[in-house]
Design a protein around this ligand. Structure first.
Ligand code: KG4
Ligand code: ZN
Length: 337
């Protein structure tokens, strides 16, 4: 019998629902939240309220678009954490009620694990390439920057982690200094396309092993802008493309050099990138170039599966379902996991 998972993701500012059948995505809907744009970041209370408004229509649409009946759903998978507690609570509560009403199992999913497993989502009618194990994945999202070694679908080791800010935060915080709205990553990516990446030089951190640090870059970017603005009040406006290109080049360099080190250290050549920042064209180009040079078998997710989405929660739920890893009705969301 087919295994059909209804998946719910509500860890931050996107309400998303998906239906996954036997590893194939039948639907994947995302309702974003415009309400945070003018605040320069996600406002937790507003996010939670928007999830409450969005969750029923989004799930309803996901089921309709998948062309299935509620009764065909085998289990409900939901993001337990990490994320904003108020946001997680909405998805968790809905998942529990839904599972209870249909008398089907509940499956909790770790959001970070799901980003990595997005590489295993299959698309109907399309030949999909999926990684084999061991698989090395650079996970770069708004809140996390990690190098993860995946031993099986559900067994992973964290080889490297950020000691302060995440790469996504570096994009967002530096973007804010240049006047971009949140999230700034996509805009920086766009401006960088026409800029000179060697126009300005920003220092790279020296962090041992496979760990990362991005707070120093943010500070030096801030001081650099402050000094330049003293000389010319329009400095940012006049040089936006070059600033974006140089900043992006530095961030991408920090990320790829650690990914290369991880591959050399472990001897693993099955390599992937995941998370919101993996949508960045500079990063995608850089790892593609390295893959050719180093004979990597590279996995770059479809853009739809880079930022937060429920399809990745569904694929993780599917593998947990196969292993019989279910959760009780007493499961509470976790801001940190
Ligand atoms: O994975 P994600 O959607 O949410 C978290 O789990 O945190 O990642 C969001 C992050 C934001 O920091 C956003 O600026 C960044 O991903 N991002 C990008 C791009 N698209 C999204 N950063 C750089 N270039 C992009 N094209
Ligand atoms: Zn995420």
């Amino acid at each position: 019998m087919a295994v059909t998972i209804l998946a719910i993701e509500s860890s931050c500012d996107d309400t998303s629902a998906a239906v996954i059948r036997d590893g194939y995505v039948l639907s994947n809907l995302i309702a974003g939240q415009e309400v945070h744009r003018s605040f320069g970041g996600v406002v937790p209370e507003l996010a939670s309220r928007a999830h409450q408004a969005n969750i029923v229509p989004v799930i309803d649409q996901a089921i309709t678009r998948a062309g299935i009946k509620k009764e065909e759903i085998s289990a409900v998978a939901f993001t337990r954490g990490p994320g904003l507690l108020g946001s997680l609570l909405v998805g968790t509560s809905f998942a529990k009620g839904f599972a209870l009403s249909l008398d089907i199992p509940l499956i909790e999913v770790n959001h970070l694990q799901a980003h990595v497993l997005s590489h295993f989502i299959l698309t109907p009618g399309k030949e999909s390439r999926i990684p084999s194990f061991p698989f090395l994945c650079l996970l770069v999202s708004g809140g996390h920057t990690r190098i993860i070694l995946l031993k099986t679908h559900l067994e992973m080791d964290v080889l490297g982690n950020t000691i302060d800010d995440a790469a996504g935060e570096a994009f967002d915080k530096c973007g804010k200094l240049m006047g971009f709205t949140y999230p700034a990553g996509p805009a920086i990516d766009e401006f960088a396309a026409t800029g000179n990446r060697k126009a300005y030089h920003f220092p790279k951190p020296s962090v041992r092993g496979l760990d990362f640090s991005f707070s120093g870059l943010k500070t030096s970017f801030l001081y650099f802008l402050r000094d330049m603005i003293k000389e010319d009040g329009d400095f940012i406006e006049k040089n936006k493309a070059d600033l974006c290109a140089s900043l992006q080049y530095t961030i991408v360099n920090i990320l790829t050099s650690k990914l290369i080190k991880a591959s050399v250290d472990t001897g693993i050549k099955q390599i992937g990138i995941a998370g919101g920042v993996s949508a960045n064209s500079g990063l995608r180009n850089a790892v593609e170039a390295e893959a050719v040079k180093r004979n990597w078998e590279l996995f770059i997710p479809d853009i739809a599966y880079t930022t937060d989405n429920a399809a990745m929660i569904g694929i993780t739920g599917y593998y947990k379902y196969l292993k019989g890893e279910f959760s009780g009705q007493d499961t509470a969301p976790l801001a940190r996991m």
